[in-house]
Design a binder for this molecule. Sequence first.
Ligand code: OAD
Length: 247
Amino acid sequence: MTLEGDLRLVAARWSSRARWTVLTGAGVSAASGIGTFRGSDGLWKNFRAEDLATPEAFARDPHRVWEWYDWRRQKIAAARPNRAHEVLASWSRRQAAFRLITQNVDGLHERAGTEHVTRFHGSIWDIRCSKRCGGSGSSWVDTRAPLPELPVRCPDCGGLARPGVVWFEEPIDPEVLRQAQEALDCDVCLVVGTSSVVYPAAALALEARQRGAWTVEINPEPGAADVDLAIVGKAEEVLPEIDSILH
Ligand code: OAD
């Protein structure tokens, strides 16, 4: 099958009543200038995840962890959603049962206007008291970039605050897991721009497939996800091409 034929196969499944669930990862934001984690230019080539994205790293050196997140917040604040985010946002408004589960913490799907977003790994714009002291609902949104003072402190108890993201070794919020599980009952599941190596997110596509969804991966280097159809290409090119077949 040609690429054109594959894109037509996907487009043929689109209807306003079809239940589409899209799982996204860092590759969706690559064209916005936000670096991915793995691969030759990936963030984890220059930084060690265990020094920056674990509870131990934060306990050891909160200032260093906050500096890294503040740097990423500044990069993301200067970035804009790309064509991939825009197409997904338009589908979310045109399909009643559309669901999007993202591992990205950058908020670009929401900035593009996507509805029904489940943030599997939290948001880089959320901050919460590391002691969960209970004030401010324990969690608040702060979009300032750079942040005026590091490390950030909880306004209620004065203790250390932390980024509202999921770190390695931490569990996924039960309500987020519930939403994600519900979204796996779908007709089509697109897996876009993720290396599918970080669990439990990496297990979602297979579960959707086992429940009967037709699963499609869109990635310039596909292969990690166990899917029905792999489309080799960039999200910001493939998704607009599928969308153009719909019009
Ligand atoms: P990765 O950096 O592991 O994978 C990015 C994927 O995007 C790779 O498979 C690339 O081939 C693909 N890619 C690159 N450019 C692309 C493009 N233009 N269009 C489509 N795909 C492209 O990122 P994630 O899979 O999101 O977790 O990483 C998963 C988790 O690992 C992250 O949420 C983060 C990280 O460590 C935590 O911090 C807990």
